[in-house]
Design a protein around this ligand. Structure first.
Ligand code: NI
Length: 208
């Protein structure tokens, strides 16, 4: 299956199965049962999404989850050589920031690469500037990236692609995570299906 197909299928699967099921069935901290109508019911638990990370930003400076001045974090994992999904999702994040109006000042949008081999700080800087000046781009060693992605349950895979730079492309989950200033998971969006307006609305609803 093509990379795009893989992502769309995954996204469609999640939407079809219900977000509650995904959170409880695929993440620790929740239990799933079946209601009378066969629909999954989440009985307990808060999804364990997020955790410490140690990366470098587009200026080569060290950054952790606590480097953002008490802001809410809007986090997306992808890679700069992504032909279609990442550019679309990052543009949506930028549009959601615009739709937030003054509340955007409380939100830090972050793009974390899952392709550190090609995505140097310099490459990240060139890339994020195309989307939004507020965006921060993070990279690191393969181990640092793996730790960050694992904390957020973001998945990725290197796939041969003779036509691409370096002879490979990356498959990855298209989730946009919204975290509290205390790094608590608040909600997530499927980048491939959410609209910027809906994202901004959900973000505002989660802000206290
Ligand atoms: Ni992508």
């Amino acid at each position: 299956m093509s990379r795009t197909g893989w992502i769309l299928t995954l996204g469609a699967l999640i939407v079809a199965a219900g977000i509650g099921y995904w959170l409880s069935g695929h993440l620790p901290g929740g239990e799933v049962s079946r209601g009378a109508n066969g629909q999954p019911v989440v009985s307990t638990g808060t999804p364990q999404i997020g955790g410490p990370f140690a990366l470098v930003n587009q200026d080569g400076q060290p950054v952790t989850q606590d480097s953002f001045d008490g802001k809410y974090l809007l986090i997306y994992f992808g890679f700069t050589y992504c032909p279609d999904v990442c550019p679309t999702d990052l543009a949506k994040m930028a549009a959601a920031m615009d739709a937030l109006g003054e509340d955007a000042e409380k939100v830090q949008p972050i793009f974390i690469t899952i392709d550190p081999e090609r995505d140097t700080p310099e490459q990240m800087k060139l890339y994020i500037e195309q989307f939004d000046p507020r965006l921060v781009g993070l990279t690191g060693t393969p181990d640092q990236i793996a730790t960050a992605a694992q904390a957020y349950r973001a998945q990725y895979d290197k796939v041969k692609d003779p036509g691409a730079a370096g002879g490979y492309t990356m498959e990855h989950t298209p989730y946009i995570y919204f975290m509290s200033p205390d790094n608590e998971f608040l909600t997530f969006f499927v980048g491939t299906s959410v609209t910027p307006e809906d994202m901004a609305k959900a973000i505002k609803a989660k802000m206290e």
